[in-house]
Design a protein around this ligand. Structure first.
Ligand code: FES
Length: 322
């Protein structure tokens, strides 16, 4: 067994066998989400920023770069300062350790917000990641405090302790993403419907309901409202939730698993924890069949002339289904 394999097995064993750890982690995650939702629309908008909705992928890993980079460089300058007795290196170390400690606050907030919508099978591992990072933050905070009192050597020792813990927590964080697929896009990668592709007889799509169809092995969510048919991927980009089981809200669908909200017209993220949009499709009705075609950049400028526009065909679908 390789070292990462052994380490992963040890962590799994702890998370799964330590009494109540996994369950408590899920409960804490749920309670944080409830606290966010209790703040209404404003709470969700703040959470969206911390999830990374505006960035287009999770914000937390971007912020960790600042924190990890500052702390790591700070300890390196510390080491250099101790070796060479360079005051400049010591000053640089103090500033970098302080910067890392300050930046750890928004980094942790983004992480806690992501934790509120964590996949259930990753809650225990994410909690372990957060707890170890919190202890690391405590050591770095102590390091800043003792440096301010002129005790450079104690500051160095605290920082080294913090760096060790942070390194392990970072490995856990990487494992969450690359092994447990937290924060990655879960919509199927397969590209379908390069050209118009039939999906469902128009008469079978009931207005105001969500309907999942399989198109070339790809799950597509169809929805008709106000004589318009829309089509997006039926698999939630956040963690793979089934959007056909979601709740309709003003032309949007809320995922049943962690409550991400997507616009049904173009699949964009209205509310996180998702940060990736749902792939969406153009629609039309031909010979009684709802057809879809994968949306690509520039399509809006090139409407289908020969076959009629989507809205015209949606009108036809409505008429056929009336
Ligand atoms: S799977 Fe998490 S919000 Fe959809």
């Amino acid at each position: 067994m390789s070292i990462p394999q052994q380490l992963r097995a040890q962590v799994d064993q702890f998370v799964e066998n330590y009494p109540g750890f996994q369950q408590r982690s899920k409960e804490v995650s749920r309670k944080i989400q409830e606290a966010i939702f209790a703040q209404g629309e404003e709470g969700r908008e703040v959470a969206d920023v911390l999830h990374g909705k505006q960035v287009g992928h999770p914000l937390h890993p971007i912020l960790t770069d600042i924190t990890i980079g500052s702390w790591t460089l700070g300890v390196l300058f510390d080491f250099l300062g101790l070796l060479t007795r360079s005051r400049t290196s010591q000053k640089a170390a103090n500033r970098l350790i302080a910067l890392g400690t300050i930046s750890a606050v928004p980094t942790a907030l983004a992480g806690i917000t992501d934790f509120s919508g964590i996949k259930q099978n990753a809650a225990g591992h994410a909690a372990a990641h957060g707890i170890i990072n919190s202890v690391a933050l405590f050591f770095f905070w102590r390091s800043v405090r003792v440096r301010a009192k002129g005790n450079q050597l104690s500051g160095f020792y605290f920082a080294v302790l913090g760096l060790g813990l942070m390194t392990f927590a970072s490995w856990l964080g990487g494992d969450l993403v690359y092994h447990r697929r937290v924060g990655v896009n879960h919509t199927p990668e397969k590209k379908i419907a390069d050209d118009w592709t039939p999906t469902l007889p128009a008469g079978e799509l009931v207005s105001g309901t969500l309907h999942r169809v399989d198109v070339e092995g790809y799950p597509v969510l169809l929805y008709k409202h106000n004589r318009k048919i829309s089509a997006i991927s039926a698999v939630c980009s956040h963690a793979g939730g089934p959007l056909e089981e979601g709740t309709l809200q003003d032309g949007c669908v809320e995922c049943p698993w962690h409550k991400s909200v997507f616009d049904l017209q173009d699949g964009h993220v209205v509310h996180g924890p998702a940060t990736y949009e749902q792939p969406h499709f153009e629609t039309r009705v031909r010979e009684g069949q709802i057809e879809i075609r994968r949306w690509r950049l520039g399509m809006d400028e090139s409407p289908i002339e020969s076959e009629g526009s989507s809205s015209q065909n949606n009108q036809q679908a409505a008429d056929e289904n009336a």
